[in-house]
Design a protein around this ligand. Structure first.
Ligand SMILES: [Fe+2]
Length: 246
């Protein structure tokens, strides 16, 4: 088809509602595998802001022996980033900090101390190993709940061990775990099976919240390519849910 006749497809980056809060990102510099510097963080935040996203909860990894972040380290870095953004005259955004907690041996110790950083009130972002789920996952979810937190499982579509065991997603939801979809899963960024599972989770109304999980500029380049009408129709109403976590 001649370019003249090609219809412009809208990118997902034009669909964020005004009150959207990105509840999953790695925008704090030099603290995990996300942004490497204050300069890079400012560039990423400006790009996201241009999509209409003005509210962020940054979620650095807390992973035993890999990313030993603490609330003190994270809050200090947030303070420094906030000051840096002022020097760059970026004033029209709001950033809070939480964390993305790997369910590992150390997590239960942190949970017992009840010193966890939450997205808002009781909402706690957790992730699992990509190799296999913890054998006592049900018990851990229960313990999170009795400690007074509401677990949100980050990117459920990326855990390939559930792909051939799809009913496990329903079981996790029945246990009271909420799901946060990675918007990048609607692109070609991961393997196509992840996009298929993301689509199915949306169709089954299993997704509660969304997030960009931005680590770097490449992620935003990819985010801008998401323009599949069928997927956008499924995800657009779900984008509204994040306002609950403002
Ligand atoms: Fe993440």
């Amino acid at each position: 088809m001649l370019p003249f006749f090609r219809k412009n497809k809208k990118s997902i980056t034009t669909f964020f509602p005004d009150n959207y809060v990105d509840i999953h990102s790695h925008l704090l510099p030099d603290i995990d595998d996300g942004s490497k510097s204050f300069e890079e963080s400012a560039v990423l935040i400006k790009r996201l802001s241009n999509y209409g996203i003005k509210n962020f909860v940054v979620t650095p990894h807390i992973m035993d022996g890999v990313w030993n972040n603490t609330p003190q380290i994270i809050n200090q870095k947030l303070f420094e980033l906030t000051n840096y953004l002022k020097t760059q005259e970026i004033y029209d955004i709001k950033i809070r900090a939480a964390a993305e907690y790997m369910i590992d041996a150390n997590f239960e110790i942190l949970l017992n101390k009840k010193e966890l950083l939450t997205i808002k009130n009781k909402y706690l972002l957790i992730e699992l190993s990509y190799f296999n789920p913890p054998i006592n996952l049900k018990e851990i979810i229960f313990n999170i709940q009795i400690a007074g937190y509401q677990p949100i499982l980050a990117h459920p579509e990326r855990y390939t061990f559930y792909h051939s065991n799809y009913k496990e997603y329903f079981k996790l939801k029945e246990l009271g775990c909420l799901f946060q979809l990675n918007l990048l899963s609607l692109s070609q960024h991961y393997v196509s099976k992840i996009t298929k599972i993301a689509e199915q989770l949306l169709k089954d109304n299993l997704i509660d919240f969304t997030g960009t999980d931005t680590h770097n500029n490449h992620h935003l380049d990819v985010l801008e390519t998401i323009n599949n009408k069928k997927l956008l129709k499924l995800v657009t109403p779900v984008l509204e849910n994040n306002a609950q976590l403002l």
